[in-house]
Design a protein around this ligand. Sequence first.
Ligand SMILES: [Zn+2]
Length: 512
Amino acid sequence: MSDTVHSPWSHLLDQYTAAFLSLNPRHIIDNIPHTATVDGYLRLRLEALGQQKNDWENEWPLARLRYERVNVFARAIDRALAFEPPINLAGLICFAIYITVESTYQRGVALSSVVDLLNRLDHALPRVNYIVPPEAPQLHDQLRSLFHHYASCLVDINKILWSVDPLDTIYEITLTVRCTKDALGHIKERLKAERRELYNPEHNSSQSQSSDGKGWHLDQLDILGRGSFGTVYKAIERTSGQIYALKKIPFGENRESRRRVEAQVQNECKIMRKLPHLHIVNVCLFYEDEECWNIIMDVVAEWNLRDFLDHCCRTNFQETRRLKVMLCWFGCLIDALNFAHRAQVIHNDIKPANILILGDTVYLADFGLSIDSAAMESSRGLEYTPYGTSKYKAPELARGEAPRRRADVFSLGCVFSEMLTVHGGYTLDLFREHRSQREATVPEPFRNTLPAVEAWLSVLRENGNGRAPSVIIDQTLWMIEADPNRRPTAEHVRYELLRSQYRRDLFCNMHE
Ligand SMILES: [Zn+2]
């Protein structure tokens, strides 16, 4: 292993270990349980800490504490540099979070506010859950810079906790977190460029072979769902206790089908790795075993949007809180689509079943059919096969034209019309009846019923309890224009939503 990469990390590790040890009153450090520094046990330790304080009121804020991004980030570096526990970055971060919570208790500062700020800090980190190669000096420079900002913010928070009047503490911590967020934002952009360089599939076709799943000990748990080509399981990684989604795609009967599956999996993974976005499911690793291709993803969804919308209709719209949250999914999804389009990726199968929901957050998933138009132009290696889900398919695709980005805009517009229906308190059955006059056994494609959809959206505008801002109804109407040349781009729709007065409702707070 090269010293140029290794030793600056060791140095950083030493530096922050010393900083945390010297910060806090001795009695706190001495009483920190040994397992608090072992990655994977932190959640349990925090629970125990709450119980020890007899603090039932804060049970919920503590459960809400998020440190996944920093944890996955630290583990990626630990793996790359073969740093073993307990003296590694993941251990250091666990230790730092634990003492921050303990100090918050000791100083009598509002725990829920500190937890909110720690969550903000975690969210400000980019997702670094891909495999970090040990030898990539520029990438490591950016990653060290991220780690430095994150860790020094935790040091500052602890300093503030012990030096500022408890009444002013939250204000001071807010300022610190805000500054760090800005700094991290700048590095994020540079990191993206480094990653693109490094993980560019043109230069790195051996990536999939080298990541053969070694070092990952996954136990399969329940089935989460069935995607376009495989079954998705919930899986737990034994050493870390982290939960992942594991998609298994069988090779198929013969060599021909095996080759096709392989091409599809490679395509999906390469494309998703090109798209590090807040609302796009992230591929951590993919490898083959004896029977299948395995794709490990970081979003373990509770719902897909299709099931969620059906559930809302069936339960008479009792998910009122989430229906309210749903408004921000419009902005988040168009933001994700715009991001993919800017990276020259056409999703090609946008439908509610391919949109995942975890907590209050949506994710665009299932890029199995997507097309990297940049790769197509340069290599002509990928053939275009005209399939995808018929119901949401754009009219020009049904006519046999090759997909362009605006076909995605159409499909997402159809999805939006269903989201608006449920958001407005109407069932999808009612919408379907309104759309298709005849009794159909297969769902009528949207493209054949556009005038009825337009009429329906106007009804929602008048009678949807005024719940959806008209800007989103206007944009949806425009997205489902039959003529692709008259449709807006994802970028345009995003822009219109961003500049509307409902901006805060139409995007989640991560876009601030
Ligand atoms: Zn968002």
